[in-house]
Ligand binder design. Structure first.
Ligand code: ADP
Ligand code: MG
Length: 699
């Protein structure tokens, strides 16, 4: 893409956006469609044909010949299957056609997507259903239509369906609360999401020479380079020209797709970067994050680099997360997590705050689970990322407010007076007042919450599903209680105080990385689910099944199948890593080191032939030390292979994942140590793969 392009000219030029719809659709159709989008209701089937036709004409003008339903099966990546608009009309002629039926519903063979046993083998059909709330767009000659994906019997097989359901659930309960405060206008409360995306860039040639990066996305071996991130000279440092031109190209691609890429900078680790978009409604923001990840990968390739989105591509330096910024907005554009200026707004804010505090405390298991994966296990609790314990940071000022509510003492922080309603005046927070703590998994940052546990590569639908549903549940309970109250003010005061007192344990403003916090958290009865495998079973705990089914977000079958998929996926990921290690040790590392030792031995004997008592300490010593590591590596590869056979035979999903977590991964660590021990002893020209230094400082 040319660099001399005016942003407003390209912005959204590949999107069937609201503006395009207004221009191209008959007024009544446009109105009906935007109403569906705003309220999350059912699409009126009678308008589908008109919309489809307008979409097709627009797409063809923008170079499309095909359309595809674009969906999010539980593989973690998006899926697409392209159909051309071509329709023969006889006489060797064709016309370009796209019907309302094709827009609304697609039928696809679901049998090769993960279903966790939901879809019996005799019923392989799956359906994709148009999601009008996320804009269609043109990419690579196809019209992409965002869709939900479900089984023949209507069970969700994707990330989007439960997300949409959770957004409806949350809106319904939030509107009930707003009514109690005299708001009779708001019809819909939506969730706003801004997902900050971290990533690494490495040189493509180096990447291609690392089977571990290619197959698993992370380095399974690699001795530390002499330099890591200790000088703190990369964070916000000047962009290298190659990185800068990648970022410029990426921005333009994303802008043309209507993605509001806003902030870009270098991150803490060498070769690590971040992109933050301007927040949007949850559904679209998540779809756009999937596009961001895809365009990061392909733009990197175009620039001779590879983009690593893995949670922990390198040991010893920071991994990559995806901070999920989350807030609630009314259809009138009001942020419900912004402290108000009037006493009534204040109390409403405190009620929503109490709901989030309660939700995070009661469903800490689900929040932990929503970010659990084999990859994120290497990051969480790693002294750079949030610990595996869920807690909340609300900042000193808000903490003082909570303290005064709980203790009943007047709040007099920062010279602010107490409103004469038994509810303290809530300061309107500045970023500085709230954003100091970077170690908290879940932080209030002025007018939104920032959930920092999600991993860089994950679809953040699940964390949002959990958060939306848990908050919906607390709001439901609050609304039930307050709707029946004789004295609303009194009931509200009692409720806020009671809930903040009961759930205060989840609030922690100190250093989340410290050992003391783990001790303290244990005393408070907070869960520390260290490994993903420890977290997965919580998905089907009775209290959680009740939560999801009550709000119609996921039924029992869907939850059990999702748990199976998580367990299966975990085992598969670690299995691929183990097989890659076995391969690399046998085929790359051992032959390279053997060759080096052969040359050392030859040198030693040649030297001796030349001079009787010449020293050959260098050669013999290196051979001795390398042999010790090589024998250890050889032994461990055999052992790993044996353990792999044991694990492969286990049929129960949980037991199998457990075996990979507790037996295979520790063996992999041992094997890595043996190979990493050989690396600094081996002459550079013999080493078969790019080193940490090459990868992190090679661009
Ligand atoms: P950080 O210090 O974490 O990088 P930023 O100010 O850059 O913080 O914001 C991080 C993200 O939060 C951005 O993507 C921004 O759009 C998003 N954000 C801001 N306000 C909201 C909101 N009300 N709802 C959701 N996301 C928001
Ligand atoms: Mg952030």
């Amino acid at each position: 893409m040319s660099t001399n392009v005016r942003v407003p000219d390209i912005y959204g030029c590949r999107v069937f956006s609201d503006e395009v719809m207004r221009e191209r659709l008959p007024k009544d159709v446009y109105r009906s469609l935007t109403r569906t989008i705003a309220t999350g209701g059912e699409i009126d089937a009678s308008i589908a044909g008109t919309v489809a036709n307008a979409m097709k004409d627009w797409a063809i003008e923008n170079g499309a010949t095909h359309f595809t339903h674009w969906f999010q099966p539980l593989t973690g990546v998006t899926a697409e299957k392209h159909e051309s608009f071509l329709s023969p009309v006889g006489g060797g002629k064709v016309i370009m056609e796209f019907s309302g039926k094709e827009l609304i519903k697609g039928e696809s063979d679901a049998s090769s997507f993960p279903s966790g046993g939901l879809r019996a083998t005799f019923e392989a059909r799956g359906y994709t259903a148009w999601d009008p709330a996320s804009y269609a767009f043109v990419k690579d000659g196809s019209l992409f239509i965002p869709t939900a994906f479900c089984s023949y019997s209507g069970e969700a097989l994707d990330a989007k369906t439960p997300l949409l359901r959770s957004l409806d659930a949350l809106s319904a309960q939030a509107v009930r609360i707003l009514r109690l405060f005299g708001d009779n206008e708001t019809e819909r409360v939506s969730v706003t999401v801004g997902a900050e995306q971290e990533y690494f860039l490495v040189d493509r040639a180096d990447y291609l020479r690392r089977p571990d990066l290619r197959y698993t996305g992370r380095t399974l071996f690699g001795a530390p380079a002499p330099k890591g991130q200790e000088l703190e000279d990369h964070y916000f440092g000047a962009l290298k020209p190659r990185v800068s031109s990648f970022m410029a190209d990426l921005d333009r691609e994303l802008w043309s797709l209507g993605v509001d890429a806003k902030t870009k900078h270098n991150e803490a680790a060498p070769a690590q970067h971040e992109l933050a978009p301007i927040f949007g409604t949850a559904n679209m923001a998540i779809d756009q994050n999937l596009l961001i990840m895809e365009y990061m990968r392909r733009t990197a390739e175009k620039h001779g680099m590879a983009c690593l989105l893995h949670e922990k591509p390198f040991a010893g330096v920071n991994g990559s997360g995806k901070h999920d910024n989350w807030a609630l907005a009314t259809d009138g554009g009001k942020n419900l997590l912004k402290a108000g200026r009037t006493p009534a707004e204040n109390r409403q804010f405190l009620l929503f705050l109490a709901a989030v505090v309660k939700a995070v405390d009661e469903y800490q298991d689900l929040l932990r689970l929503s970010v659990a994966s084999a990859a994120n296990d290497h990051r969480l609790g790693g002294n750079e990322a949030p610990p595996a314990i869920v807690s909340m940071f609300i900042g000193d000022e808000l903490e003082a407010v909570v303290e005064s509510i709980v203790s009943g003492h007047a709040y007099n922080g920062a010279g602010r007076e107490t409103m004469n309603l038994g509810v303290p005046s809530v300061p309107t927070f500045t970023r500085d007042a709230t954003d100091r703590n970077r170690t908290s998994p879940f932080a209030f940052t002025g007018n939104k919450f920032e959930f920092r546990m999600p991993g860089a590569s994950q679809n953040v639908a699940m964390p949002n599903i959990v958060l939306n549903t848990a908050v919906a549940e607390e709001l439901r309970l609050f609304a039930d209680e307050l709707e029946g109250a004789k004295d609303f003010d009194e009931a509200l005061r009692t409720l806020i105080r009671r809930e903040l007192t009961a759930h205060r344990r989840i609030i922690f403003n100190g250093n989340g990385y410290s050992e003391e916090w783990r001790e303290e958290a244990k005393k408070r009865g907070l869960l520390e689910l260290k490994k993903a495998v420890d977290a997965f079973p919580y998905l089907t705990e009775e209290k959680n099944v009740t939560l999801f089914t009550r709000h119609g977000v996921m039924n029992r079958n869907e939850l059990f199948s999702r748990k199976e998929i998580l367990l299966e996926n975990y085992a598969k990921v670690v299995n691929i890593e183990a097989l890659t290690m076995i391969n690399m040790v046998r085929r790359d590392y051992l032959p390279a080191v053997e060759k080096y030792m052969r040359d050392l031995a030859a040198t030693a004997s040649k030297k001796r032939a030349l001079l009787d008592n010449i020293g050959v300490r260098v050669e013999t010593d290196l051979i001795r030390r390398l042999t010790a590591f090589a024998e250890e590596a050889y032994r461990l590869v055999d052992k790993l292979e044996e353990e792999e056979e044991v694990a492969a035979k286990i049929s129960d999903g949980y037991d199998k994942a457990r075996e990979y977590a507790d037996k295979i991964l520790p063996l992999m660590d041992e094997l890595r140590a043996a190979v990493d021990g050989m690396e600094p002893l081996t002459a550079a020209e013999y080493w078969p793969v790019a080193t940490y230094g090459d990868l992190m400082f090679g661009v």
